[in-house]
Design a protein around this ligand. Structure first.
Ligand SMILES: Nc1ncnc2c1ncn2[C@@H]1O[C@H](COP(=O)(O)OP(=O)(O)O)[C@@H](O)[C@H]1O
Ligand SMILES: [Mg+2]
Length: 378
């Protein structure tokens, strides 16, 4: 059992430097919580606060109903796994995993049983006699995780544990961590700057920027309903496309968004209540339109979706084409930035060729240019 709550938690290093500000979060038993955000946003600081490695300057940390601001790290029942594996080089894998239990003076046969049990879960039984120097990066990381698991903590705290691994191994370890979370049935709090890790691992994502929480929620829910421009741009790869637009209410109850200085798409429409909402508040003014690469289509697909009357008018050629096997991503120049469009791999449009684009405006987001808030979510 573990319930962790942070209430108005602040960490101020000195008069200018904040780690986190007014951090409020409930972490429930067995959740897989991800702190995600760009470098320096306060992820590690928050994790270290939970671990007891960093003192809070203001606010409260509650663990299982107990105010724990000043609890010693070892009294908190947490296990931490770092980016650098922190294995003892002179001990075997077995020795590394058994170490924490030996210190607790557990009987030898019990230690032996536990080491084998955990080694089996992580599929490292065949490595038990090796020393860390004879292991690959991925194997070392498994041993580090094994050493953490064996203590049966209330929660695992992981700080970018996969960032030293190559892309393929990282993808494999992501799958294994999800499996491990199910098997262990414990809380995991996991720090990463990688939005893919956040999306694939978490049951709950905490998006952070400049020491402040931006949004908390399930991965899909945040992806579909980002509260502001930052969250919208941070989750998703390639990122959501943004365009400066002017709002123009038209006669037949339609709301047009005219893309400022646009080369590719000149004009799109928002219909129904969403259109009305924008027209009421912003007619004649600027907004920022956001649309994900997968919500932009070519004519054939647009026809199937019935959105072929939405917009087209492309004068600009494809500047880059990435064939990724299961999808193809076309890039255009737009408003001095790159517009990315994700299409099916059958699409044969090459660099230098022109193509008509259609936006699925049902999926579009509109942001206030001053507050940067998502008008349809906030
Ligand atoms: N010991 C420290 N003294 C001063 N500033 C610090 C200290 N540790 C971290 N910071 C600052 O706090 C902010 C958050 O750091 P950190 O939590 O490590 O970010 P993240 O893990 O998200 O990259 C950064 O601006 C960092 O420079
Ligand atoms: Mg960090």
């Amino acid at each position: 059992m573990s319930e962790i709550a942070l209430r108005n938690v602040c960490k101020q290093f000195d008069s200018e430097h904040y780690g986190v500000k007014d951090f409020n979060l409930d972490i429930h038993d067995k959740e897989f919580v991800i702190f995600v955000g760009p470098s320096g946003c306060g992820k590690s600081t928050t994790l270290r606060i939970i671990a007891g490695l960093e003192e809070i300057t203001d606010g409260e940390l509650w663990i299982d109903g107990e105010l724990s601001n000043y609890l010693e790290p070892k009294e908190r029942g947490m296990s931490m796994v770092f980016q650098n594996y922190a294995l003892y080089p002179n001990m075997t894998v077995y020795g590394n995993m058994a170490y924490a239990l030996k210190i607790r003076k557990l009987p030898k046969d019990e230690i032996d049983r536990k080491v084998h049990e955990v080694a089996k879960i992580l599929e490292i039984e065949q490595l038990l006699d090796r020393r860390p120097a004879a292991l690959s990066g991925g194997q070392k990381q498994r041993v580090a995780i094994g050493s953490a698991i064996i203590r049966k903590p209330k929660a695992f705290l992981m700080d970018e544990p996969l960032s030293n691994l190559d892309a393929k191994l990282r993808a494999q370890m992501r799958v294994e961590l999800v499996k491990l979370h199910k098997q262990l049935d414990t809380t995991i709090i996991y720090v990463t700057h990688d939005q893919t890790e956040a999306m694939t691992l978490g049951t709950k994502i905490v998006v952070m920027k400049d020491g402040l929480i931006q949004q908390v929620g399930a991965p899909q829910s945040i992806y579909d309903n980002p509260v502001n421009l930052f969250v919208a741009g941070f989750l998703g790869s390639p990122s959501m496309n943004f365009f400066r637009c002017t709002v123009k209410a038209e006669e037949n109850n339609r709301t047009a968004l005219l893309l400022d200085d646009a080369k590719t798409v000149k004009k799109v429409y928002l219909d129904g209540t969403r259109g009305k909402q924008i027209a009421d508040r912003y007619n004649g003014r600027h907004v920022i339109l956001g649309i994900r690469p997968e919500d932009i289509y070519e004519l054939d697909e647009a026809k199937k979706l019935g959105i072929e009357n939405e917009s087209a008018d492309v004068d600009e050629p494809v500047v880059n084409r990435e064939m990724l096997g299961a999808e193809v991503i076309l890039y255009f120049d737009e408003q001095g930035k790159t517009l990315a469009v994700r299409l099916s791999p059958e699409n044969q449009t090459q660099v230098g060729e022109k193509v008509s684009l259609y936006f699925d405006m049902e999926k579009a987001h509109v942001f206030d240019p001053e507050t940067e808030e998502n008008i349809f979510v906030s």
